[in-house]
Design a protein. Structure first.
Length: 596
């Protein structure tokens, strides 16, 4: 039998059954005590628990007593018979261990056994009758079961590894920074520890106790993610469980007056993107850095990558979820550069957006250019409706392997004061956590010019615009703003534009290419004069696409191929939808087709 069990049995039998055949004398107890203390120098389960909880010799003896009374049926019956309780009480500990022993103080409110959450002391009846229960996870670990504590917030808990050579003082490290996983990594390296249990700050004492207990049993430190303040509950546990290595991780750090009364060290986790070595360590050799990912995003992409067949582009697109899906519309790119018809100078400007995004690391990191105020990239697409602004944003996103998230103004804009900013904050936060293109259609609705303040409505409208200016500056991703009325956009936004592309109605040559592009190769086209359609009708690219679709349905309904007749009917239907006059001079000899 293990030494802790022999000692527990010896002290229980000596105190409770001194006149029985299996009675143990004082000399026998001392031999058991010596063997117990000697065993704590080993690597057995009991020795590890005692060392991790920082127990003094007398506290080790009380732990052995409690464990034996929990595990051994005979000892439990002896305790029950002698003291009238199913569990060891405070009074029983005092009597069993003797007047010269620490006794009940070993399980007091500030004792190592309590701060490790190993014991629960009841509060029914007189103080001497308070039952002392050794938590079941401690008992299970002593009998060889290493299962996690059942009260742990399992869905919130992960494990991290440091190198044990940190610069901290070994007690409490506060780490700040914008990247969650980078904070954990830096915090682990700064603390004196090589293994950590990581979790968001629990909301209940039960989960806190489980974290403390599990960390003590397994010999791990704790990395706790908190908001930018410490709750009274967390401050209490930080103060109480001072035997553990703690890392408090948050974006900006809790206020100094909320920190517990103990020594602590603060470190800052850099916001720099992963190094080439870190990228290779996560994704393996030969994987191109085709995406700008934060340290945290890199690990999450790798996790998603396994689920999507190893496609890193698909894994990046899986990052966005939650509030973003409710407040925006996801557009998964399917168009390519071949699907847009623009003048060479405009096409070059669109490609420059892709170049700026892909080469940001080289310019800002390797070449040392300043990324002030952020690495974010803002593009403004202006021009009439239907000229390709949304299509261009989709093509750019496709070239970068990203999804487009188009803001739904009806979900974002609220008549209630402060709600619009709250919705936008959710969008920017979620977009920062993923990797995507934020597309603001009808941008002048949100980014409109600030006006003279004449009433409270004007003041809050100006506050919304000012908020957007600040948030746009701090955002590190790609934002595309599209507007039909550029003159209505506040000038302060225009100064923050990195790439501006003015979309115009296409000329005749461009219109012909658009007509041809909008009829797929497998479509049964027969005798459609694309050059004549382009020359006769000044339409935007979007209107040409609609006319082509109309023509296809006309032909399908008639059971014929797509002819010049169905194409002209498609144009006429588009004219009527737009409220334009249908003049014989425009349609020429084909006017008879639509005259009815």
């Amino acid at each position: 039998m293990p030494a802790w069990f022999e000692f527990g049995r010896a002290v229980i039998v000596r105190a409770a059954s001194p006149d029985t055949d299996d009675a143990v004398d004082d000399e026998g107890v001392e031999r058991a005590r010596a063997a117990l203390l000697e065993s704590t120098e080993g690597d057995g389960a009991f020795a590890v628990l005692s060392a991790n909880a920082r127990l003094a010799p007398e506290e080790v003896e009380v732990l052995a007593l409690l464990a034996t009374a929990e595990i051994d049926v005979h000892c439990r019956r002896v305790v029950s018979s002698a003291y009238g309780a199913n569990r060891v009480t405070l009074g029983a500990i005092a009597q069993i261990m003797g007047a010269d022993h620490l006794g009940p103080l070993a399980v007091g409110p500030t004792s190592p056994l309590s701060r490790a959450a190993f014991v629960d002391v009841g509060d029914d009846g007189a103080w001497a009758d308070h039952a002392v229960a050794l938590h079941r996870s401690v008992v299970w670990s002593l009998v060889g079961d290493t299962s996690p504590d059942p009260d742990l917030p399992i869905d919130l808990t992960t494990f991290a590894t440091g190198d044990g050579d940190g610069d901290g003082d070994g007690e409490l490290v506060v780490v700040t920074g914008g990247d969650r996983r980078r904070r954990r990594h830096v915090g682990a390296l700064a603390a004196f520890g090589d293994r950590f249990l990581c979790a968001d700050a629990p909301a209940s004492d039960i989960e806190w106790a489980a974290l403390i207990r599990e960390a003590t049993i397994t010999g791990r430190g704790l990395i706790i993610e908190v908001a930018d303040e410490l709750t009274p509950m967390m401050r209490r546990w930080l103060t109480h469980a001072n035997h553990l290595v703690w890392v408090v991780s948050s974006r900006s750090g809790p206020p100094v007056d909320q920190m517990p009364e103990r020594q602590w060290t603060e470190v800052v986790a850099p916001t720099s993107e992963p190094t080439d070595a870190e990228w290779t360590d996560v994704f393996g050799p030969g994987v191109d850095r085709s995406h700008r990912l934060t340290f945290d995003q890199m690990y999450r992409v790798q996790r998603a990558r396994d689920a999507v067949g190893g496609d890193i582009d698909a894994a990046v697109r899986r990052l966005a979820s939650g509030p973003l899906e409710h407040l925006t519309r996801r557009i998964t790119p399917t168009r390519t550069w071949d699907d847009i018809v623009l003048s060479p100078d405009r096409l070059a400007l669109l490609r420059s957006v892709v170049d700026r995004y892909q080469h940001a690391n080289e310019v800002y990191d390797d070449w040392g250019f300043s990324a002030t105020p952020s690495r974010g990239l803002v593009a403004l697409f202006s021009g009439p409706s239907g000229t390709g602004k949304t299509l261009a944003s989709e093509i750019i996103a496709g070239a970068l392997g990203l999804d487009v998230f188009k803001l739904d103004l009806s979900s974002v804009v609220s008549k209630y004061i402060g709600e619009t900013e709250k919705n936008l904050e959710q969008i920017f936060d979620a977009a920062s956590a993923g990797n995507m293109v934020l597309f603001f259609d009808e941008a002048d609705s949100l980014f409109g010019k600030r006006s003279e303040v004449k009433d409270a409505r004007d003041r809050y409208a100006n506050i919304e615009v000012s908020y957007l200016l600040q948030r746009l500056e701090a955002y590190d991703g790609l934002v595309v703003m599209a507007t039909n009325f550029e003159k209505n956009v506040d000038e302060a936004f225009l100064r923050r534009i990195h790439v501006r592309v003015e979309f115009a109605l296409p000329g005749a040559a461009e219109r012909e290419m658009i007509w041809r592009t909008n009829f797929p190769a497998q479509a049964p086209v027969d005798g459609v004069d694309f050059a004549w359609l382009a020359q006769q009708f000044e339409l935007s690219g979007g209107s040409i696409r609609n006319a082509a679709i109309h023509a296809a349905f006309v032909a399908a309904a008639a059971g014929t191929t797509i002819t010049m007749e169905s194409a002209v009917i498609g144009v006429a239907r588009e004219f009527r939808k737009m409220g334009r006059l249908i003049k014989p001079t425009d349609f020429g000899e084909h006017f008879v087709t639509i005259a009815d």
